[in-house]
Write a protein that binds this ligand. Structure first.
Ligand code: FE2
Length: 192
């Protein structure tokens, strides 16, 4: 990886860490981190040339850009092919996105049942953000989002997560059409 890109990504992680350590991970703090990530993504092809990152064969893939030591944050370059969709889900950990090129819509949901029935859930859409160059997205620890790559070019962007993907908590998937919910196993136990 180019030295300039490595340095820029490590600087982003250090700045994000300083914000989290002093302000936590509330909406205001994540908003500041989002602005930093949009600034990094705005450096575009000069820092993140298309040829340096293999495209997915289908759907999408992530490339590691920088990881904190220990149980820290992970910064990735993400590529989603046109039409890639993800059903509503809750990562259990905050996430901030910014676009280098292309567009991806994030629809946000609120769970509306009381979680008392195993496997049953209802959700309602409460808003959306289209991540595109200059427009980022921040979501807090238990926000629920669904994603779809819009248009006919790949959505290429940056994603910063509170934990590295290899150490992710359980991701809970919602299927509104079936009023169902299912939690996937966490990766944190095996990675610990
Ligand atoms: Fe997600």
């Amino acid at each position: 990886m180019s030295k300039r890109r490595t340095q820029a990504c490590e600087t982003l992680l250090r700045r994000a860490r300083a914000i989290v350590d002093t302000e936590g991970t509330g909406d205001a703090a994540l908003g500041k981190i989002k602005d930093l990530l949009v600034g990094l993504a705005n450096r575009g092809e000069a820092l993140f040339p298309r040829g340096a990152f293999a495209m997915p064969a289908a759907q999408g893939r992530n490339h590691v850009l920088a990881l904190e030591d220990g149980d820290g944050m992970g910064l990735y370059l993400t590529i989603g092919l046109p039409g890639k969709e993800a059903a509503p889900h809750d990562h259990g950990i905050w996430c901030v996105n910014a676009a280098i090129s292309g567009r991806e819509i994030h629809k946000f949901y609120r769970r509306t049942d009381d979680a008392s029935r195993e496997g049953y859930a209802t959700v309602e859409e409460v808003g959306s953000v289209t991540v595109a160059p200059g427009q980022g997205m921040a979501m807090s620890d238990h926000a629920i989002h669904a994603t779809e790559v819009l248009g006919d070019v790949p959505a290429i962007g940056l994603a910063l997560y509170g934990y590295a993907l290899a150490r992710f908590p359980s991701v809970v998937w919602f299927h509104p059409a079936f009023t169902s919910v299912r939690a996937m196993p966490t990766r944190r136990a095996e990675a610990a």
